[in-house]
Every structure is written in structure tokens, then in C-alpha cells.
Design a protein around this ligand. Structure first.
Ligand code: ADP
Ligand code: MG
Length: 806
């Protein structure tokens, strides 16, 4: 057995033991520092290649002061040792590209990947990734080797500008290559260890300083050639570097002298460690990442191959290579979305559904009973929907229309004819309040309607929400499965397991701006492959709609009912708050009603509710003691919420104070003022939703926006919402603000799995859509050999997307 091997195993054992003991310095008698001193002496009796020698002295230097350090510092020290260890890998492993010497050391940590290791293996199988590190990586969403390849930098440092020392300019980000002349170590008054190196390159000299990294003294020996990247500082008139990134010139450069990736980090993971791991992982594994995109498509669309894309997104040769990589990977994401939705559509439309027999006289009675005439846009949408319902191929349609455009009546007509033909219809809303509101407005709309067989339509209406009592729920479940209840409104409770329908013919999803492919799928699985109608008030550009809702046909209600007045929108300065209150009061004195939206609090519902309670108290006691104020927040019971809503409708409340949670769907025609606190914190779409709560009646309505100290982006949004009423225009502006250059996070975009794709990237969007259609037209089930890989990637993507959604 190799003596070096046992030496390394000894060190590893001790360090791992110390780690599992919680860095208490109890792993070896006498303490870790004296152990390491002995260990170094023992190690130095043999000769190794320089890298290993270097590692041995580094380890000694790193752990020298171990016993005197805090637990957290000790942990860092040990991790640093493992970090350095891992750098040895090319020198010590037998599978690497470098030749291995007979004296090769193979610490168990750095064993070559066993042959069963694959892209799906957990990251622990990579060299240098302990269980501890794996847990930290998990916080970044990384479980497998493949996940790691897809953990993209969130930005890049451009250290590609190579300068000579005489050309250094203050504040510039640069890279220099030089030779260490001298390295000094001292301890500052405050006990900080400071290492300063003097580096020269033939045109001049410059100093670089590092703090609390004493081991650098040993690494930055005179004569060593190094590369330094960082920002040029100035110290008593001379150019210096303070804590720059550096690495030896004779190694492959990954932290300096290039476009350097900057990754999201988490506690216990350093930028250097992750970058190194990433470099080794991409070098070895990107080659083994099969490209799911058929060559023909890559060529036709001028997309680079997956291996290069993954390499370049992490360690780009330059900015244009990075852009190429981003385009390829963004294309993939959008293609996955497209293929997923198209696949779903195919799967569900292949099975046939049930045609609805339309009772036109009942329909006419209903429409004539309305207090208004349908707008031409409503009529058009309704006839498209009725056309779909009469086919045995199940409908999949998006009903798109700005807030207040009258989608509910259209959906009501569709539900009505479905119920009349003997099937069931459900309407699923995103919140209980909204479900309740739909319930009461349908109850009213259908008050005088009788189904064939002399049943009153409204008697078949049920409301099913999560907060019903167990016994009530059991009763409704029974009525639903027996078919006694034919029109059911509710929340997610409608797709709970254990609930079965007698004969579900139509599912309407009032989705607002929530993305719900998964929910759509689960509704479809309930029973008889129902027709599906999705209502959305989020105006999104058409291309995007086609991508996100590629499984749906689209009907758009593009006009508001006549007589609607523009909502006067004003952004007010903090000093105008009193004026805003006075304005509210004046409207209330004219018997109108108002809303006040409390600031958004992201931490939790509970804190938000508490803040709303306090705001309500303040307003009631100090500002409007003579008016009737109500309060609505997400933590109230359904009964309490209902009571408040009832009071509001009945005109027994003047002002409703609410949390942003309850933004959607409230419809009180007599409400004319919407006051939004800290309006700059909301997105344009959300502000537009709030504003849509007023302006539903005859009177002039107002939206007042308050913002204490808005950011630049906040100011921009406030100005836009002030000047634009049109939801579609707002959506475009929204995209323009976020604009190119910003990587969309999943949560921000509300879409699963989009890491690199920018929604503003219309060209890539369109290309992905076109390709998806081509592939799909030829091979809808992705069964052809060239599409098989693609098919499994699509599944994976959607699996991951589900995780992202939760
Ligand atoms: P949304 O599209 O936001 O869901 P609603 O269906 O809630 O809009 O309709 C908003 C308001 O407009 C409701 O009070 C509704 O009764 C009324 N409404 C709907 N259609 C018309 C119409 N054609 N003419 C006048 N008022 C209408
Ligand atoms: Mg609505």
C-alpha cells in the first residue's frame, strides 16, 4: 500500500471526525494543530510532486492556529483544507487528463467517479463534495450533477482587460500578470493578519494586500508568476489592489483574466470553491451531457450544441460566446414549455369529450334577463365558446379580457347551457373571496332561471371551499357525486382527491395571473375529459400568450362595456396624504365607497394581517372617526370575510381597508376611490388589478397612489400607471422596464423552469414556438429516435417546474 495514501487517509479521517464532532477540537488528543504539525513532519519524509508538497504545507499553515479559533472559523479552516485538496485532483486522480506519477496519492475523497456515476447521481459523487457541502448546494436547488450544470451564474465579472502595471487606472476592473518580488506578513493593531505582496511586470510594480489569509505568505513566494484581477485602488498616491482575486499563472485560469462567472452563494459556500467545482464539473460532465436537440434543428436555427452552451454559460470565452450560449439555453427552456403544453393538449384532445346540447331558448332567456346588452366582443367570445362546447372534442380555450370587461357573464352562459344539457360545470377561483363573489353574482344572475324539468337553476348551485365544516363538505361531496349539484363554485378544493363528479362537462378556471398548467391537467383528470375554459385578466402580449397557453385557443374581450369612464389615476407625494384622506372623505359624504390597500409585506400573511389590523385601527380612530371602516385580510375566517363583504355591498361600510392578498375580483359598483399605500412596491399588473376594483359603476372613479420613497424603477412604474389605462399597453411597458439584460427568476415571471429565457425575447420565443410546432406536427408523441432524448428532457423539465411552482 502506498504510504502517501495512508497519510492522506489519516488526515481525512481526523478532519471528518472533527467535522462530525462539531469543530470542538476533540478529534485527536493534543488538538488538531499539533496533530497537523506532526503530520506535516511525517509527510515531509517522502518526496512528492510539487503540488502535493504545496498542499502539505498549506494544510499545516491553514490549521496552525486552529485551537485558538471560534467554531465557525474552525469550520471554515477545515473546509478550506478540503477546498485545497480538491485542487489536487488533476495531480492525484488516475482518470484525469494529467499523467499520474507512481507516487500518486489518492485520498479517498478524491477517488475517481465509480462507473455507475451519471448525470443523475447526487453531487456527493463529485470530488470534494462532502455531505455537508451537498446540503449547502441543496439550498441552491442543486441535488444532482446535472442540477449543478444548470446552476447558472447570475452575473459575470469582466476581468478580460489585461493591462500592464504602468497603464493601471484607478477604479478600473483589470487583470495584470506579474512576478512576485516580495511578500510580507504583519499583524495590524486590531489583530488582523495582513499579507502584502509586491508584484512587478517589467513596466512597473504594484502592491496587493490580503487580510486574514496568512497561508498566502507561503504561496506567494518571490519569483512566483501570478495573475491578479480586481479593481485598482489608490493608496498614498499609488495604485494598489485590495483583496484581489489571484491565481498562479501556470494553472488554468478560472478566477482571473477572463469573463469570470459569479454564482448565487449560500452560507458555507465560497465563490472560489463553487467556481472551481463548476469548472471541473463542466469540463468533465458537459461532454457527457447528451444534446437533446436534433442536429437538423440546431443547424437550421443556428444554435450551438449543448456541450458548448453549458461550458460557455459558465466560463465564457467572451461576451459574444456568452450570448450564443444564453440564446441556446433560453431556446431550450421555451421549447420545453411549448412541447409540454402541446403534448398536454394532444393527450387530452385525443380522448373525446362530450358534446353539449345547447338549449338556445334558455340561453336567450338568460341573455334577455341581463340588465345590459352584451358588448360585441362578449358576443364574439361567447359564440366561439358555444361552438367549441357543441363538439365532442374537448374545448381548451383562454378567455382573455381586461378587468371589468365582463368575462363572468360569458362564463355564466357557458355553465348554464352545460348544466341544462344534464352535465356538471365547475368554476375554480384562486381565492375564497373571489369564489364567494362569483357565487353571489351567479345566484343573482340566475335567480329567475328554470331548467327544463322545472328545477330552479340557482338551487343547483354550490360553493365548495377549503374552510367549510367537515359535515358541510361531506354533504356537498355527496351532492356532487350524485349529480344533484350541477354547478359548483370553489377554490382548489374542487380538485381535491376524494371528490368525484357525477358527470363533469365544463371546468372554468378563473386564473387571474396564476400559471396553472398543472391545475388544468388535474381538473381534466376529474371524470369525463371536460371542456376547459380559462379566464385571465392578465393582459399579456399575444406571442407570450401563445407560448404559455399553447394548449389553448384564445378568445379576447377587447372592449369595455359602454359608459365606463376613465379612472383618474394620481400619484401623490407623501405630504399630500392628508389631501388624499380629505378626498376620500368628500366622496364618502356623497354616499360613495372607497378602498385602502395596505402595504405589501412579504414575510408572511400573519405579519401582513397584523399590520392591516393596526392600520385599520389608526385610520378609524385618528383619521376617520366619524366614518364606518371595515377590514379584510387573509387570516380572517370565511364567515368574517363574508360578513364584511356583505356590509360593503349593503352600503353599511364607507371604507374597506384591505391587505393586497385580497386584490382580485371584488366587484362593488358604488366604490369610486382606490387608495394604494406604498404603491411603488407593486408591479404594474397588480396595480392595474387594484385599480380595476373601482370604476365599475356610473360615477367617476379615482385611483390614488401613495409612495414614500420610491426607487427609480418604482417611480417609472408609477408614472406609467398614471398615464395608461390600457392593460395590454401596461403589459408591454412592464416587459420593457424589466427589459433585456435582466435574467428572469422563476418566481418573478411566474413560470416554471425559466432561468435564462427573458419574456421580452420575442424572437427566441417565436423561434421556439415554430420549432415546437414543426416537431410536433411530425411526431406529436416524440417517439421518433431523434426526438426520444428531447421527450425525456421535456418530462424532466415539467417535473422540475412543478417543484418550482410550490
Ligand atoms: P371581469 O372581466 O373583470 O371578470 P366582470 O365579469 O366582473 O368583469 O364584469 C364587470 C362588471 O361589468 C360587472 O358588474 C358586470 O355585471 C358588468 N358588465 C358585464 N358585461 C356588461 C355589459 N355588456 N354592459 C354593462 N355592464 C356589464
Ligand atoms: Mg372577474
Amino acid at each position: 500500500m502506498n504510504s502517501a495514501l495512508s497519510l492522506f487517509q489519516k488526515l481525512e479521517k481526523v478532519l471528518l471526525l472533527e467535522t462530525s464532532l462539531g469543530y470542538t477540537d476533540e478529534a485527536v488528543i493534543g488538538g488538531l494543530d499539533s496533530f497537523v504539525a506532526h503530520w506535516r513532519d511525517e509527510a515531509q519524509q517522502a518526496t512528492y510532486e510539487p503540488a502535493i508538497d504545496q498542499f502539505i504545507s498549506e494544510t499545516r499553515a491553514l490549521l496552525e492556529t486552529y485551537s485558538g479559533e471560534s467554531v465557525s472559523r474552525r469550520r471554515e479552516m477545515i473546509e478550506d483544507v478540503f477546498g485545497h485538496w480538491e485542487r489536487l485532483e488533476p495531480h492525484v486522480s488516475s482518470h484525469g487528463s494529467e499523467a499520474s506519477s507512481p507516487e500518486t496519492v489518492q485520498p479517498t475523497k478524491a477517488a475517481p467517479p465509480p462507473s455507475r456515476t451519471s448525470l443523475c447521481s447526487p453531487v456527493q459523487e463529485l470530488h470534494g463534495v462532502s455531505d455537508n457541502y451537498a446540503r449547502r448546494l441543496e439550498r441552491l436547488g442543486v441535488g444532482t450533477i446535472q442540477d449543478l450544470l444548470y446552476l447558472f451564474p447570475h452575473r459575470y465579472d469582466d476581468f478580460s482587460a489585461l493591462k500592464t502595471i504602468d497603464k493601471l487606472e484607478y477604479d478600473a476592473e483589470v487583470t495584470i500578470i506579474g512576478t512576485v518580488r516580495e511578500t510580507k506578513e504583519r499583524v495590524s493593531k486590531r489583530g488582523q493578519n495582513i499579507v502584502t505582496s509586491t508584484i512587478s511586470d517589467g513596466t512597473g510594480t504594484v502592491q496587493a494586500t490580503w487580510f486574514n489569509q496568512p497561508y498566502l505568505t507561503r504561496r506567494l513566494k518571490p519569483g512566483k508568476q501570478i495573475v491578479i484581477s480586481g479593481k485598482v485602488d489608490q493608496y498614498s498616491g499609488r495604485a494598489t489592489f485590495s483583496s484581489p482575486t489571484w491565481e498562479p499563472l501556470d494553472e488554468e485560469l478560472i478566477h482571473t483574466a477572463r469573463v469570470v462567472p459569479v454564482y448565487p452563494l449560500t452560507r458555507g459556500i465560497t465563490a472560489r470553491w463553487l467556481r472551481r467545482l463548476m469548472k471541473r464539473t463542466t469540463d468533465y460532465w458537459s461532454l457527457r451531457l447528451p444534446d437533446h436537440l436534433p442536429v437538423a434543428i440546431r443547424e437550421e436555427r443556428d444554435l450551438i450544441d449543448l456541450e458548448s452552451a453549458i461550458r460557455q454559460i459558465h466560463f465564457p470565452d467572451d461576451w459574444s460566446a456568452l450570448e450564443q450560449a444564453r440564446r441556446r439555453l433560453a431556446f431550450d427552456e421555451l421549447l420545453m414549455i411549448q412541447l409540454g403544453v402541446l403534448g398536454q393538449r394532444h393527450e387530452w384532445q385525443e380522448r373525446s369529450g362530450q358534446a353539449v346540447q345547447i338549449d338556445s331558448s334558455l340561453l336567450r332567456t338568460f341573455i334577455e334577463s341581463l340588465p345590459f346588452a352584451l358588448t360585441p366582443a362578449q358576443e364574439r367570445a361567447l359564440s366561439e365558446i358555444l361552438g367549441d362546447l357543441q363538439k365532442s372534442k374537448p374545448m381548451g380555450r383562454l378567455l382573455q379580457g381586461d378587468v371589468g370587461s365582463g368575462k363572468t357573464v360569458v362564463a355564466a352562459a357557458a355553465m348554464l347551457v352545460t348544466a341544462a344539457s344534464g352535465m356538471q360545470a365547475v368554476l375554480m377561483a384562486p381565492t375564497e373571496i373571489l369564489a364567494e363573489q362569483h357565487y353571489s353574482s351567479l345566484e343573482k344572475l340566475w335567480d329567475e332561471l328554470w331548467l327544463p324539468g322545472l328545477t330552479k337553476l340557482s338551487s343547483q348551485l354550490r360553493l365548495l371551499t377549503g374552510s367549510l365544516k367537515r359535515s358541510e363538505k361531506a354533504k356537498i361531496y355527496e351532492e356532487i357525486s350524485s349529480g344533484q349539484a350541477r354547478i359548483i363554485l370553489g377554490t382548489h378544493a374542487l380538485i381535491q382527491e376524494g371528490l368525484s363528479y357525477d358527470n363533469l362537462g365544463l371546468a372554468v378556471i378563473d386564473e387571474q395571473h396564476r400559471f396553472g398548467v398543472t391545475q388544468r391537467a388535474s381538473l381534466r383528470q376529474k371524470g369525463h375529459n371536460p371542456h376547459v375554459l380559462v379566464m385571465s385578466a392578465t393582459p399579456i402580449p399575444r406571442t407570450l400568450a401563445l407560448t404559455l397557453y399553447g394548449d389553448l385557443d384564445i378568445s379576447t374581450i377587447d372592449e369595455l362595456p359602454p359608459g365606463r369612464k376613465e379612472i383618474v389615476t394620481r400619484w401623490m407625494k407623501p405630504i399630500e396624504r392628508e389631501r388624499a384622506y380629505a378626498f376620500l372623505r368628500a366622496r364618502v359624504l356623497e354616499s360613495q365607497q372607497a378602498f385602502i390597500i395596505c402595504p405589501l409585506i412579504e414575510e408572511s400573511d400573519k405579519i401582513e394581517a397584523k399590520a392591516a389590523v393596526e392600520e385599520h385601527r389608526r385610520l378609524q380612530e385618528e383619521v376617520f372617526p366619524d366614518l364606518r371602516l371595515g377590514l379584510l385580510h387573509g387570516r380572517m375566517t370565511t364567515d368574517d370575510k363574508e360578513a364584511v363583504m356583505r356590509d360593503l355591498y349593503a352600503g353599511e361600510l364607507d371604507i374597506l381597508v384591505c391587505t393586497p392578498v385580497v386584490e382580485v375580483g371584488i366587484d362593488v359598483p358604488n366604490a369610486t376611490v382606490m387608495l394604494i399605500e406604498e404603491a411603488d412596491r407593486f408591479g404594474l399588473a397588480q396595480l392595474h388589478q387594484f385599480r380595476g376594483r373601482v370604476g365599475r359603476g356610473e360615477q367617476q372613479s379615482y385611483c390614488l397612489l401613495l409612495a414614500d420613497s420610491p426607487s427609480d424603477a418604482g417611480i417609472q412604474r408609477l408614472a406609467i400607471i398614471e398615464g395608461t389605462q390600457d392593460g395590454f399597453k401596461l403589459a408591454d411597458e412592464d416587459l420593457a422596464i424589466r427589459g433585456p439584460g435582466e435574467f428572469f427568476g422563476t418566481r418573478q415571471s411566474g413560470l416554471p423552469g425559466l432561468r435564462l429565457a427573458r419574456l421580452s425575447d420575442v424572437r427566441v420565443l417565436e423561434e421556439a414556438r415554430a420549432v415546437a410546432r414543426e416537431i410536433w406536427a411530425e411526431d406529436p408523441e416524440l417517439k421518433l429516435p431523434q426526438n426520444r432524448l428531447l421527450s425525456s428532457r421535456v418530462d424532466e423539465f415539467w417535473q422540475r417546474g412543478k417543484g418550482d411552482l410550490s
